[in-house]
Design a protein around this ligand. Structure first.
Ligand code: S3P
Length: 591
């Protein structure tokens, strides 16, 4: 219910009307009359004009009987509102003349462009309009849901109920790698020619990146069952987006895009959901400013990021203070546009998908020890990308099969890039039985089938050099530690505190709630293996926390209720389906 009180309205009367509607169950908003008329001209009045106009236009034609006889669902759906009250709509158009004319003129321009595209057989234009339109409705509902998420957390509390016990078995392929999926869209968009992607992760994070590039004028078809076709626009072909780029929960999108956008001729604003809005962005904003970028952050270096376009960037040598592939990739992407060379030195090896994929697109990158260097002036040429299954998603099942007695599971086609396999090394140090079968290289990335059998795990001191190589897998590794005999100690992992949640604290809280001895430290955690009970845990909107506690149920003595699980869809859309398939008894509560 939209109320549009005049200045002369008595506040108490407005409040009374407001309350009346709320008591009846309405969501009430207040708007200025002019604003209301502008918004409604677009969302209601224009569609009515089109429906009335289309039906009348067709009805006048001599073959009209034929047209109406064969009119199918599409015509019916589009013209349903032409059955509305003619007199009322006559009044509305006369009363809201200005705003309607404005939106109608804009629409007429767009319609002319479509006509022209049909006339000149410009399939690219048609595909652009159609692919954008198809996802736009869903995309905008997500942005609007963000408001609900911030305002009323309880509305979006998706609860998983995980029943205790069980074992896992079978052969599965988990969805595509998140890091590689993001990069395939970015580099495919900046390439010259058409890039085909297979195995793309249809999770919300990667889709946020995809939408951002659509918003910047790139025509992208799909995804359909993991297939995406990107019509690259070249390094200098992006267009200004119509508004802020909304990146949902995805830190990777925001950090990598900031490097790219700092070098564009237009301004951009990057925003995200409640969790992303708390994450540190100075780690990219500061070095980008040293290259000449103009970027403003929110308070304390948090999103939103306002990026001023039209700057001339200069390459530099940057020593990263933390081991972060996102920071490295951000600067290398900025380096594609910066005068001279851009080098990034990392304190410890981090995932190198950006370097590999740039090379796959024919862009020269030099990697010398811990230094990666690019220089501007080259171009990206479209290619074919096969995204392997995500080892970070496979990790949940590696731990599941390890801790549940009598399990044997094969995970197919998993990416085993050496900068990502820390989880396998750590689990093997703990005594896990994991075999890498059928090792091969696909599109510049090594892959294998992973066979895992249950094993008696023991607690270990996790070697610090493995931390960046398993950075996303610690929540589920903590579950493995809780099931191991003896003590597991993690140090040097303070980065875990600034992920989608503070993963040290949130996991410690959850494990303690289940009766496990878990003591957080500033840069890690100490976990004593022992029995796991049932109880309530809160994932704080962090996908990996929600999935980790689902896995813990295999060794729990009673059900585990896991709160705030909606974000599992950011990285692992079919987690519940695959979990059920292999024998983990977790489902949405009440389903
Ligand atoms: C990622 C890098 C890592 C990782 C994230 C994905 C990437 O972040 O945690 O999930 O795709 O580059 P940091 O660079 O912050 O360690």
């Amino acid at each position: 219910m939209i109320l549009t009180p005049h200045e002369a309205c008595e506040p108490a009367a407005v409040e009374l009307v407001d309350q009346l509607w709320r008591v009846l169950g309405a969501d009430v908003e207040h708007m200025q009359v002019e604003h209301h008329d502008e918004v409604l001209a677009a969302t209601s009045h224009l569609p009515h004009l089109l429906a009335f106009g289309l039906v009348d236009s067709l009805a006048k034609r001599s073959e009209n009987l034929e047209i109406f006889r064969y009119a199918a669902g599409g015509f019916r759906d589009f013209t349903r509102i032409a059955g509305s009250d003619p007199l009322m709509w006559h009044d509305i158009f006369l009363a809201n003349r200005e705003a309607v004319l404005h939106i109608l003129d804009d629409f007429r321009d767009d319609l002319d462009a479509l006509r022209n595209a049909v006339d000149t057989q410009d399939g690219h234009h048609l595909l652009g309009v159609f692919t954008r339109a198809r996802v736009a409705r869903e995309h905008f509902s997500k942005i609007l849901a963000r408001r609900a998420y911030v305002d009323a957390m309880h509305n979006t509390d998706l609860i998983y109920l995980a029943m205790p016990g069980g074992k896992v078995s079978g052969r599965i392929r988990v969805p595509g790698d998140k890091s590689i999926s993001h990069r395939s869209i970015m580099l495919g968009s900046l390439a010259e020619g058409t890039t085909e992607v297979e195995g793309f992760l249809e999770g919300e994070d990667a889709l946020a990146t995809l939408q951002a590039f659509r918003d910047m004028g790139v025509v992208i078809e799909g995804p359909h069952h993991g297939r995406v076709t990107i019509h690259g626009v070249g390094l200098h072909g992006l267009q200004p987006p119509p508004g802020p780029l909304y990146l949902g929960n995805s830190g990777t999108s925001m950090r990598l895009l900031s490097g790219l956008l700092a070098a564009q001729p237009f301004d951009t604003t990057l925003t995200g959901d409640a969790s992303l809005s708390k994450r540190p962005m100075n780690r990219v904003a500061k070095p980008l400013r040293e290259m000449g970028a103009v970027i403003e952050t929110g308070p304390e270096g948090r999103p939103p990021l306002q990026i001023k376009g039209g700057q001339r960037l200069t390459g530099m040598d940057y020593e990263m203070p933390m081991a972060s592939a996102q920071v490295k990739s951000c600067l290398l992407l900025a380096g594609l546009y910066a005068a001279g060379q851009t080098s990034v030195t990392e304190p410890a090896p981090t995932r190198d998908h950006t370097e590999r994929m740039l090379q796959g697109f024919g862009y020269p990158v030099t990697v010398d020890g811990n230094v990666a260097t690019v220089e501007s002036g080259h171009k990206l040429s479209a290619c074919h990308i096969e995204v392997p299954a995500d080892i970070s998603s496979a990790a949940f099942f590696l731990v599941a099969a390890s801790i549940a007695e009598g399990s044997e599971l094969v995970l197919e086609h998993v990416g085993i890039n050496p900068t990502r396999t820390g989880v396998i090394d750590i689990l093997k140090l703990m005594g896990a039985d994991i075999a890498l079968e059928n090792q091969r290289e696909v599109g510049g990335e090594p892959v294998a089938d992973l066979r895992v059998r249950s094993a008696k795990l023991k607690g270990i001191d996790i070697p610090e050099d493995l931390v960046p190589l398993a950075i996303d897998e610690f929540p589920v590794l903590f579950v493995a530690a809780a099931c191991a005999e003896g003590r597991t100690v993690l140090r040097g992992a303070e980065e875990l505190r600034v992920k989608e949640s503070d993963r040290i604290q949130v996991m410690a809280d959850g494990l303690q709630a289940l009766g496990v001895k878990a003591e957080p430290t500033p840069d890690g955690i100490i976990i004593d293996g022992g029995p796991i009970g049932g109880g309530e845990v809160i994932s704080h909107g962090d996908h990996r926390i929600a999935m980790s506690f689902s896995v813990a149920s295999l060794r729990a003595s009673a059900p585990i209720r896991i709160h705030d699980c909606a974000n599992v869809a950011t990285s692992f859309p079919n987690f519940l389906g695959l979990a059920a398939q292999v024998g983990i008894r977790v489902a949405e509560e009440g389903k």
